[in-house]
Ligand binder design. Sequence first.
Ligand SMILES: Nc1nc2c(c(=O)[nH]1)N[C@H]1C(S)=C(S)[C@@H](COP(=O)(O)O)O[C@H]1N2
Ligand SMILES: [Mo]
Length: 454
Amino acid sequence: MKQDDTQPGRLRKAPENFLNREGIKTVFAEAKNGRRDFIRSAFAAAAASAVAPVAMSQANPVSSEGGDANILNLPAHSKGLGQPVVTDGYGKPSKYESNVQRRQSPGLTQTTQASVSFAPLQSLFGIVTPSGLHFERHHQGWWDIDPSKHRFMINGMVKTPKVLTMDEIMRLPSVSRFHFIECGANSATEWGNVAVPTCQYTHGMLSCSEFTGVPLITLLELAGADLKNGKFVLAEGADGSSMTRTIPMSLITSGEVLVAYGQNGEMLRPENGYPLRLVVPGVQGVSWVKYLRRVKVGDAPFATKDEAVHYIDLQPDGLHRQYSNLQECKSVVTTPSGGQVLLDKGFYNVSGLAWSGKGKIKRVDVSVDGGRNWKEARLESPVLSKALTRFSTDWVWDGKPAIIQSRAIDETGFVQPTYKQLREVRGTRSIYHNNAIQSWLVQENGEVKNVQLS
Ligand SMILES: Nc1nc2c(c(=O)[nH]1)N[C@H]1C(S)=C(S)[C@@H](COP(=O)(O)O)O[C@H]1N2
Ligand SMILES: [Mo]
């Protein structure tokens, strides 16, 4: 891929190239001016190039034959004394990585108190999101709560209501598990048509961490919860949004739901709910209540504001669907993706992420010709249930326009839908739960653009 002018040596073009007003205007204008026709004609002109497995050596990804002769001149860092150990605070990424940041979307109205930041998926490897790059969604801002003062209450249909301190919770047997969290509104801007340029904004309300905590069932049993008649649990946060969500008891008795304090080997970050958050694997982000202060056992769903008015799905017949908890099978190619620039023809490792709220990813197919031909991608291990799965495949770009897509299939056999299939069932005016196949157009000049095929 082309090097970013502002960052010598980088392989990826910085996403903020698309944050300037002109760039955003162009993307919107193109989307309006019948971009779909443009794509169709551009694509029809190009011979359909199928994905072919090719060994790296054959494809020769290194352009200049002999390489840089400067390799023989030792730089200062090979001859002098380096920096001493870092003992003055928390370790930080290289200054050359300062482009890799959470960002606010150019496709959303900006408020004075920003409430969503998107994870830079295009710059990440593997399946774990570094905690400082985890997306954020705050309904009423974030807090850094003093853990010594934080209390967690269990009440409702229980024998003995309890109020626990963090110390009391952290004495209990704990588990650590990798899970993805995806906001139900991820990809919401794309329901009507192309709206934002990069995968940071189309898919970046998605992250995956190793969470550590106590299974909620352990805490419910401590309080003597009525597990026979108690069919639902209300989870409540301690921030000003009074975030409250109903969790079905079946998810809790399976042992999957965690009252978590750990994230990627350390305590949760304040933005992500420090010191305590609910982890509800496979379920949309809003149910992962942060700053968790109370769970209440009940015998019916609670129909609170965040489940009666928000996070509901408008259907084509005008009715709303409530409690669409599970995040269905979905995937996205993160390299190459919108905003990146391919350096030249030749070999590229096409790589992306797949996930399903119903369990493990079984297979991911990749197409480079807009869905006419598909090839099964490699799944990187580990492939974990309700966690991100990394896939990749070999591709030799012939320099002609190409449309790159991925299609995930989970262990239940669910196949990720095309936009056409999704819109047939869900219409075009929905907000939440868009799991359609994403398309990236690689143009002849190497620039990659967000497009949709009708
Ligand atoms: N207490 C509380 N919990 C909350 C929220 C909130 O605003 N307050 N936002 C919810 C939403 S909508 C999402 S998508 C996730 C976001 O989690 P994150 O900020 O750790 O990425 O937290 C959920 N839990
Ligand atoms: Mo969300």
